[in-house]
Design a protein around this ligand. Sequence first.
Ligand SMILES: [Zn+2]
Length: 326
Amino acid sequence: MDFKKIETLDWLEDARRQIQRLLAGGRLPHAFLILSKDGLGAGPLADWIAAAVLCESASGRPCGACPSCNLLRAENHPDLHRVDREDDALQVKIDQVRTLIDALSYTSYRGGYKVGILSSAETLNASSANAFLKTLEEPSGNTLLLLIAAPSHRLPATIASRCQRLVLRTPAPDLALSWLERNGLAEQGRADLLQLSHGAPLRALELDCASALNLSQEMVQSVAQLEARRVDLSLVAERWVKSDFPLRLIWLENWITDRIRSLGAAGATGVKTVDAVVLPRSLLKAKIRGLFGLLDDARELKRLTGTSINLQLALEQTLIKHFVRE
Ligand SMILES: [Zn+2]
């Protein structure tokens, strides 16, 4: 665990301060539910909270020098237990949850807190989630549970309501861009990569710059062809689903929202739209309505990735619905 690096994630500063206040006031809850999309640093934040709680310096933040901090740095602290979805698994398994609950029921090795971090909590099924209920209802002393889930989680209310929520927000674009600059992302394409990452800086840093920019260009072409109805829909669907589908859906979402914004502005001022035409108001309204429909469908497709649904077929139906008119 790299405490220094975690503390450079500026947009998590408020969350860290909140934890420090709770720690200082002795008001730490037994469980947090950290809600975050990918790339905002929910994992590093959970690590930092665990370290702040386990640190033996009583300074309210990881000192980086005490025995506990050293054990954490070596990923070897006996009172920190982690569970994440295994590679290729669709869910965190109930056995993993039971092992975690078990580990948290013993006395702490170092006489302080015991901390459990459970990532991908949105993938817990009902019985796995319910296995937590007893731990949440009757937590043993000095236990802290950190659940990390996507904002669209479907955790039962019995679980979610027993955790204090910590919602990670996307940083403002200027903040994210200057952080990316400080972290060595070249200026060319920086803004594009951030957009393709839905504003999540850590995700933008992970993307391969050249291939992400190629993908953007290819999508511009694809959408123009779809609009002009000059392309075979099933071929488009096949190509999108086969490579970088999640990224393409984010690109599509961005494209749709930009378009809605530009048409909305055109409607308000009567100026030309991105198509350089002035549309009659009624047509404009219909067009915007259509785009909102497409946006809903694109978000639904995003939800379906990671399920066993035939994505190509689902995408093809969406394209037919929105790009083929009688
Ligand atoms: Zn320490």
